[in-house]
Design a protein around this ligand. Structure first.
Ligand code: FAD
Length: 451
């Protein structure tokens, strides 16, 4: 009889695992259970669907259940929630959410790719109608429908997703307020970069309240009607969007007795195997490893989920690929401002015991005489003792993403700022200045190290 793989969760990590396993083992029986109504969707596109840039939600779907069966011979069951894992009997209990029918399915190998769930802050009134999240397709559909009907939204949480949603809801014509409990937005960023981000939001008509906790979600007849801050200020609102971060969806793994780590993420080894020999896990539900410090980390991103899924799928099929860890490389866009970061922030580096210095530079992203150039602002975080690059952040034009990618590569290779300064980078007036902002930043860092 063919070996049977069951995958729990049918998006980035789960389907990467299923597809890779299929490639490696054409005769394996593969069954995917997904509790939502969609498989293989790009959650990263949800803010742009909500704002109207993307009209059809199905455009976010890379491959649907029917095509998965026809093209990859993978059976994907939507609206099917796995309720229980029995690792000893090698069985999962599954509920069909359309019919309430419960069935038991046996497996030889299991991949858990249940993703993350939104953090629900303990704010009185948080469970009222009119409180929204943006995690999956159904959330996106609900939020977009509400945004069409209403004019005011308060966003709780000034992280990347909250800010992307703020831009899109503003573009859709709503009055938008963002409340962030920390003193600045994206607090891992250099102070000046956070300020530039806040200025950009304000310039586009968004009300930004940093250092402000929400004390209560006000409601009328069970429906959210606004917020009250810890300072006692009241803002009426039709929609409350909670974007206060996510945590690993580890409940199933916990019930199955698997080892859990940071924030409840499933502990996996470098081959993505859990504490049980026939169970692998990947994506937002697992604890990750910081590539610089070697310590546990949790930065849930689509890039990581896809790679880990591929590795888990290959190893389920008998391989021994390893996942080396994360730098937490991210990029986002808020109106015209692109923001990217990789590696450790200065505070994190200091917390890890490095004698960390930081340098910030500003340089146009193309030759100064060539029309249309915009400034790139780059901040490098460097170990003063060795000159090794520990982190990099940048804001500016679209080109900042590529520059931070170069610096992520440099961190991965353990390069010093002296070595980065010697890189042979491209130049042409419409594309980059003769001394790239990366080289200018590395040069400044070299000077600061020897001060
Ligand atoms: P998920 O995508 O969460 O998928 C897990 C799936 O498992 C879900 O569909 C869930 O319904 C299903 N599931 C859970 N429990 C069960 C169960 N018991 N039974 C059956 N099914 C179950 N990342 C980036 O790198 N760049 C970006 O720009 C970016 N933007 C984002 C914007 C938004 C709005 C959001 C929400 C996320 C964004 N991310 C981004 C993060 C990225 O989407 C996630 O890291 C990625 O989706 C994680 O993939 P995953 O497969 O691990 O988990």
């Amino acid at each position: 009889m063919a070996e049977k793989l069951i995958v729990i969760g049918g998006t980035a990590a789960g389907l990467s695992a299923a597809s890779r396993a299929r490639k490696e083992k054409p005769d394996m029986e593969i069954q995917v259970f997904e509790k939502s109504g969609f498989v293989s969707y790009g959650a990263c596109g949800l803010p742009y669907f909500v704002g109207g840039l993307i009209h059809d939600i199905n455009d976010l779907v890379a491959i649907n259940a029917e095509s998965l069966k026809n093209r990859r011979n993978i059976s994907a069951w939507i609206h099917h929630e796995v309720l229980l894992i029995d690792p000893e009997k090698k069985e999962v209990t599954v509920k069909n959410l359309d019919t309430d029918q419960v069935s038991i399915h046996s497996y030889d190998k299991l991949v858990i790719a249940t993703g993350a769930v939104p953090v629900v802050p303990p704010i009185p009134g948080i469970h009222s109608d009119g409180v929204y999240y943006l995690r999956n397709m159904e959330d996106g559909i609900r939020l977009k429908a509400a945004a069409r009907e209403h004019g005011r939204v308060c966003i709780i949480g000034g992280g990347a997703i909250g800010l992307e949603a703020a831009e899109e809801l503003r573009n859709a014509g709503l009055s938008v307020s963002v409340y962030e409990q920390f003193p600045r937005l994206l607090p891992f960023l250099d102070n000046a970069f956070s300020q530039a981000l806040e200025d950009t939001l304000i310039k586009h008509g968004i009300n930004v309240h940093t250092g402000t906790q929400i004390a209560e979600i006000l409601s009328e007849n069970g429906k959210a009607s606004g917020i009250r801050t810890a300072f006692g200020e009241i803002e009426p609102s039709d929609i409350i969007l909670v974007s206060a971060g996510v945590k690993p969806a580890g409940a199933l793994a916990e019930q199955a007795g698997l080892a859990l780590g940071l924030k409840g993420g499933i502990i996996v080894d470098d081959e993505m195997r859990t504490s049980h020999k026939d169970i692998w896990a990947c994506g937002d539900c697992v604890q990750m490893k910081n590539r610089i410090t070697g310590k546990p980390a949790y930065v849930p991103l689509g890039t990581t989920a896809n790679k880990q899924g591929r590795i888990a799928g290959g190893n389920v099929a008998g391989g021994h690929d390893t996942f080396k860890g994360i730098l937490g490389s991210m990029v986002t866009k808020v109106f015209e401002l692109f923001i990217a970061a990789t590696g450790l922030s200065k505070e994190q580096a200091a917390g890890e015991g490095y004698d960390a210095i930081s340098v910030s530079i500003t340089k146009a992203d193309r030759a100064s005489y060539y029309p249309g150039g915009r400034d790139n602002h780059i901040c490098l975080i460097v170990d003063k003792k060795t000159g090794r690059l520990l982190g990099a952040q940048g804001i500016g034009s679209e080109s900042i993403a590529g520059r931070i990618n170069v610096l992520a590569t440099a961190i991965t290779c353990g390069m010093t700022v002296e070595e980065i300064n010697e890189l042979d980078l491209v130049y042409a007036p419409p594309a980059a200045p003769v001394y790239d902002p990366i080289l200018i930043a590395a040069n400044q860092a070299m000077k600061k190290i020897t001060e």
